[in-house]
Design a binder for this molecule. Sequence first.
Ligand code: PA5
Length: 447
Amino acid sequence: TTIKFDYSPLTKFVHENELPEIQKMVTACDDELRHKTGAGKDFIGYVDLPVEYDHEEFDRIKKAAAKIRQDSEVFVAIGIGGSYLGARMACDFLNLNYGNWQKDHEGPIVLFAGNSISGTYLQEILDLIGDKSFSINVISKSGTTTEPSIAFRVLKKKLVDKYGKEEAAKRIYATTDKAKGALKTEADAEGYEEFVVPDAIGGRYSVMSAVGLLPIAVAGGDIDKLMEGFAAGREAYSNPDLSQNEAYQYAALRNILMRKGYNVEILENYEPSLQYLGEWWKQLAGESEGKDQKGIYPSSANFSTDLHSLGQYIQEGQRFLFETVVMVDHPKYDVEIPVEEEDLDGLKYLEGKNMNYVNEQAYRGVVIAHTDGGVPVMTIHIDQQDEFTLGQLVYFFEIAIGISGYLNGINPFNQPGVEDYKRNMFALLGKPGFEEQTNEIKQREGD
Ligand code: PA5
């Protein structure tokens, strides 16, 4: 495996008995997950997705990506939540974004829309597309989500204005449910190429389905390698024995810590291209575990950037935090610190050293300081930022969160709480069917 989990700094916080003592519960949770007998059992398809996916569709994804790379200067992936964060995280993780902005790049610039209701953001995307050739991938499992639906309408209009209805339809790719939802109805009626979000794969567990794979392939990611890594993750993290399964160690330890009052976990990195790994992970962990008035609150930080902001709180603020670092052992590039004749900036002691070396010492220094300050720190070492490692890392987190949720006695595969605000928003917008709620809100607000 290209991933190594290190929890050695926890000795001060977790007694060596504690992991073995939770083994029986972990084994029970593993059994529920693997045999799909636990809560949310209809959405556990991700566990076997590395070996049980639609190969015909996978090939079609590669073909569509090749066509888009050839006929489009810009590609817009429209989606929100689980239909957005995975692809965005992967494109950043694989360092595909800046490369795509270079003049001599092959393939389109990949942009993301429909992940907010900001008119300013969407107008900027429209301006950026300008007269360039472009294609759209609209991604929504339900096919009815407001944010992507609005962005799709707006971008589709630009596409139809530019190419006419018939050619525009050939530049729209719809990723949605196989049978239901407004997007499915429209895709069938208009003849868009369609990709399926399998029933048993929940939004935040869907990056390795067509949801993430098409945008990643269009951006230039090698999705064969990605799936290989994903399958390697399934192999590596299939043994319920805690001493043999690092993803389960992580799941168990974060629960052990939570029960001691460490209720907030910060996912950290030392590479800016991992910022969206934190965003993706926050959805995965937060939406899976935050329910029934329980769960670790997932947060994220980017180091060393945030050592100059949040670092103060982490070191000396209220003691309810623990940290999980994702550390890249072999970053893609390195930069040597140049020699100068004089030492006006005081950096002579670093001359000839590389930035990765300095970054590593910052990490080591932080682990010691935060441990001394009362913050448990665990580290997930990843070898490098390539497709294989990413596939494995996704499996690591997804399986860990499934186990972790069961350990905490909740259903990690539903998200009842995300509907509440929508009811109010629809009522305020006058959506048909919400008249009663509209009146209720008016009364509450004293209208
Ligand atoms: O994880 C989830 O289920 C959610 O975050 C969804 O992914 C998000 O709400 C988008 O839903 P949809 O794909 O139906 O548009």
